[in-house]
Design a protein around this ligand. Structure first.
Ligand code: AMP
Length: 170
């Protein structure tokens, strides 16, 4: 199935010069949603049992949860500053269009657990790198970062010291 047709380019959002990849048409298509979750879960290495899938706020929550269900893994939300209710570890990071802080609950990961990180888009890689660091600080092992799509021209992959997998490349 051609999921590319369901990803919409929105020029100059949220800032001039950024072409925003809008996945809401894909999420709204029942068949495409299940297809994407199946394909993303299928990108995971078969020889490692994933203990937990991390979804990055907010678009990473949707398919991240669906991937976790398919892998019989738990789900961990990594959220923007101030949203998680218990004790957190924080990390500031640079975005394609700004700066932000991400947080994870301190007790979300046990040492040695195998973690899959999911988000919708890999752009400069700053977000995913920050999440890898949060996982490693808690003693987790990042098995893969997976995305619906990678923006190859921003070379985000080069900033990540783990396997990167995605369904589409732009
Ligand atoms: P980065 O840290 O630069 O790799 O940016 C990745 C994060 O920002 C992801 O959570 C994406 O959802 C979001 N993002 C960055 N660039 C875009 C884009 N062009 N279209 C949609 N989302 C984007």
């Amino acid at each position: 199935m051609n999921i590319q047709e369901l990803i919409r380019d929105i020029p100059d959002f949220p800032k001039p010069g950024i072409i925003f990849k809008d996945i809401t048409p894909l999420l709204a298509d029942a068949y495409a949603l299940v297809y994407c979750a199946d394909q993303l879960a299928g990108l995971c290495p078969a020889h490692v049992k994933i203990d937990k899938v991390i979804g990055i706020e907010a678009r990473g929550f949707i398919l991240g949860g669906m991937i976790a269900q398919r892998l019989n893994a738990g789900f961990i939300p990594v959220r923007k500053k101030g949203k998680l209710p218990s004790k957190v570890n924080s990390k500031s990071y640079g975005l394609e269009y700004g700066e932000d802080v991400l947080e994870i609950h301190k007790d979300a990961i046990k040492a040695g657990e195998h973690i899959l990180i999911h988000d919708d888009v890999l752009a400069t890689g700053g977000t995913a790198k920050a999440v890898c660091e949060l996982v490693e600080e808690l003693g987790g092992i990042v098995v893969q970062c997976n995305f619906i799509m990678e923006l190859d021209f921003l070379n985000g992959k080069d900033r990540l010291q783990t396997t990167v997998a995605s369904l589409l490349n732009y």
